[in-house]
Write a protein that binds this ligand. Sequence first.
Ligand code: PBG
Length: 328
Amino acid sequence: MFPTQRPRRLRRTPALRRLVAETSLAPRHLVLPMFVADGLAEPREITSMPGVHQHTLDSLCAAATEAVQAGVGGLMLFGVPKPADKDAQGSGASDPDGILNRGLRALRDELGDSTVLMADTCLDEFTDHGHCGVLATDGSVDNDATLTRYVEMALTQADSGAHLLGTSGMMDGQVGVIREGLDAAGHLDTGIFAYATKYASAFYGPFREAVGSSLKGDRRTYQQDSANRRESIREVDLDIAEGADMVMVKPAMSYLDILREVADVTSVPVGAYQISGEYAMITAAAQNGWIDRDAAILESLTSIRRAGADVVLTYWATEVAGWLSQSR
Ligand code: PBG
């Protein structure tokens, strides 16, 4: 008549639930993406990402120090050049005095090896057309010409103190040429955190504001189609064969199935990026009083970890690291 199996028994108290939780979330699992902008007098809040700022060099160092003190696992830095400094080749990306490289040096000076400093290795923030690579005469993104620029960019970032390079441009062969270039220049210890599977996504919307992107059109000729699954395994296999030290799945929440599959087959650590649109959705719903903000944040991060991420990039990294260390 009555059930003899009662799964509810283990859910009855917080202590029981904590004892049997299969997934953990700790500050070290979280990486904070940060934006440093050229020519700013004060940090500027990004309208579509309330609580996230474009930083000056000073405010960048302060926010990074706060994140590291909260225990985050690392920092991922993006540069926002002045509009007048953008050009077709994205020259600012490989200029040692470009804003991203100045930001990397400032953070490395401030923090040394006390955190893992990562750099976005992609041209879109620096090109006047907003694409992740250079353009061919027909207006398409030229894969192999872009690879040359990526190597130049990677070498400058390694010189500027990045521990890991986040290759996010989705050009074929990018990990291989960057690895070769780093090795030839003696940067044997600079690692590659490859955005191995990166989908063309509407959820990048707020990021375009965050970096002042001038993109018209979309990135569907180089980022993956959300309809595809198998292709992600191919991308991951290629990046590992080319020398990736870690791989990333991006975005996170609409791609948890992909994350699980990748985590099941890879031999390297796996990251997932909870992107700008995911941040914006939860923030906006919470501001309207429609969801419980903190609970939604924790649930989203736990589900990304449960799906197989060793590391989660999230704009909430510092705040959540604070919550997690208080609850110990
Ligand atoms: C490319 C890059 C993008 C993001 C991270 N790296 C933008 C894109 O591919 O369109 C998006 C991150 C986010 O939305 O939070 N440099």
